[in-house]
Design a binder for this molecule. Structure first.
Ligand code: SF4
Ligand code: SF4
Ligand code: SF4
Length: 378
C-alpha cells in the first residue's frame, strides 16, 4: 500500500513539473507511452512502457502488484469500502467472491483497441515515422491540463484551464475522482480487483510475456503444503494457488498472477516464496488434488457459475447478453474517451454494469412470471 501510494505521489510530482513548470523529461504515464510506441516514437513514456514489459522477464507482473497507479486506486477502493462497512461489499469480500465475465479477453483487447484508435487514425493519415526523442510529446497527450485544456482536443466541448495551482489541482482532483470512482464501482459490483481481472487493457500486452523467461520469479512452494487452501481463498485474482503449486511443480504459472503476495501473507506455514528457484517437491500426499482435470464448471446455489482454474464466479447470463454488454461497453467507452483516454473507463464501466443489471432483472422477472426459479445456462 505504501509503495502504491508513493506511485501516486510520483505521478502528482510529474504532473506538477510538466503542467506548472513545463519540465517534461521524467516519466510520462505508461498509458501515454503505449500510443507513443504504436506510432514509433521512443520518448520517455515509451521507454517506461518498455521497461515495464521487460521487467516481466524477471519479476513477472510485479509491476501490477507494486507499481501500477490503478492498482493503488483499486486497493484504496477496497480499503475504503471495508472501512465504510458497505454491506454489499463486505458480503463479497468476506468470502473473496470474485465475479467475472467469461469473455473478459474480448473486453480487454477491445479496450486496448479503443485506446489506440486515435493513433491508428494518426498513422493512417500521417504515416508511420519511427524516431527516438526522449523529450517528444505523446501523440495523444490528453490528461487534464494538456495545452491548457480541460479535455482532449477531440472532446465535444472544452474549456481553458490555465496552468495555475488552483486550475491544476482541480484537473488533478478530477482525474483522481475518475480513477477512484471506477475502482469503487467495479469492486463493489464484481469483487476486489475487478478492473485488473476484467477490463485492464495492459493485460493483453503483459500476459503473452509471462512464463517465457527461465529466470522469471514465480510464487513457489518452498516447504510441504498442508492443502489448507488459505492462499487460494486470499488471492484477489481468483487463482487457485494451492492447486497450481500442486499440479505445476510447485509453481504458480497462472498468467493472471500480479505478485500482490496476498497468498504468501495468508500462508501461516511459510510454504510460499517468490523465487525463480525450483519448487520443493511435495512428498506429503494431498489426495483431493491428484485427480485431473480440475477445471470443471459448477453451478452454485446462488445461481452463479464457477470454475476451478480461476476461483471466480460468472453471472448466469447467456452468451448473447455477455457479448452485447461488452460491445455496448466498448461503444460507450469509445464515446466518452473523446474527452481524453481516462474518460473511456467511466463510460465503459457504467454502461457495462447498467446493461448487465438490466439483463439480470429481466431474467428474474421473466422467471417469476413463468412461476419458476431462474435456471443456470452458459
Ligand atoms: S492489471 Fe492493469 S490495472 Fe491491474 S495492476 Fe496490472 S496494469 Fe494495473
Ligand atoms: S495472491 Fe498470490 S497468486 Fe494471487 S495474484 Fe497475489 S501473488 Fe499472485
Ligand atoms: S500453500 Fe500454505 S496456505 Fe496454501 S494450501 Fe499450502 S499450506 Fe495452505
Amino acid at each position: 500500500m505504501i509503495a502504491l501510494a508513493s506511485v501516486h505521489a510520483y505521478i502528482a510530482f510529474h504532473l506538477i513539473s510538466w503542467h506548472v513548470f513545463g519540465i517534461q523529461i521524467w516519466g510520462k504515464t505508461a498509458m501515454m507511452g503505449v500510443p507513443s510506441l504504436a506510432k514509433g516514437t521512443i520518448n520517455a513514456a515509451a521507454i517506461m512502457v518498455m521497461l515495464i514489459l521487460g521487467s516481466i522477464m524477471i519479476w513477472g507482473r510485479g509491476f501490477c502488484g507494486w507499481v501500477c497507479h490503478m492498482r493503488g486506486a483499486i486497493e484504496f477502493a477496497d480499503w475504503s469500502l471495508r472501512k465504510l462497512k458497505v454491506r454489499q461489499y463486505l458480503n463479497l469480500r468476506e468470502k473473496n467472491v470474485l465475479v467475472n465475465t467469461p469473455h473478459r479477453w474480448l473486453l480487454r483487447v477491445g479496450a486496448l483497441f479503443v485506446l489506440l484508435l486515435p493513433v491508428i487514425i494518426l498513422i493512417h493519415n500521417v504515416g508511420f515515422s519511427p524516431k527516438v526523442n526522449v523529450m517528444a510529446p505523446v501523440p495523444i497527450a490528453d490528461l487534464p491540463g494538456y495545452e491548457g485544456k480541460a479535455f482532449a482536443k477531440t472532446a465535444f466541448f472544452n474549456f481553458d484551464i490555465k496552468p495555475t495551482w488552483n486550475d491544476y489541482l482541480l484537473a488533478f482532483g478530477l482525474a483522481v475522482f475518475i480513477q477512484f470512482t471506477m475502482s469503487i464501482l467495479l469492486n463493489l459490483r464484481y469483487g476486489q480487483g475487478a478492473f485488473c481481472r476484467i477490463l485492464c487493457p495492459y493485460a493483453p500486452m503483459m500476459v503473452p510475456l509471462m512464463n517465457i523467461s527461465p529466470v522469471q520469479k514465480k510464487i513457489t512452494r518452498v516447504a510441504q503444503c498442508t492443502g489448507c487452501r488459505d492462499c487460494s481463498n486470499a488471492c484477489p485474482q481468483g487463482i487457485d494457488v494451492s492447486r497450481e503449486i500442486f499440479h505445476f511443480d510447485g509453481k504458480v504459472i497462472n498468467t493472471e498472477c500480479i505478485k500482490c503476495y496476498a497468498c504468501i501473507d495468508a500462508c501461516d506455514d511459510n510454504v510460499l516464496k517468490d523465487t525463480a528457484a525450483p519448487g520443493v517437491p511435495q512428498t506429503d500426499r494431498l489426495k483431493p488434488y491428484e485427480k485431473r482435470p480440475w477445471q470443471q464448471e459448477l453451478a452454485r446455489k446462488d445461481g452463479l457459475l464457477t470454475n476451478a482454474k480461476h476461483m471466480q464466479v460468472f453471472e448466469p447470463l447467456g452468451p448473447v447478453a455477455d457479448f452485447t454488454s461488452i460491445i455496448v461497453a466498448l461503444i460507450c467507452g469509445g464515446i466518452t474517451s473523446r474527452f481524453g483516454g481516462f474518460w473511456f473507463y467511466p463510460g465503459a464501466i457504467i454502461s457495462f454494469i447498467v446493461l448487465r443489471e438490466c439483463c439480470l432483472y429481466v431474467r428474474k422477472w421473466s422467471s417469476v412470471l413463468k412461476g419458476k426459479t431462474p435456471s443456470v445456462t452458459v
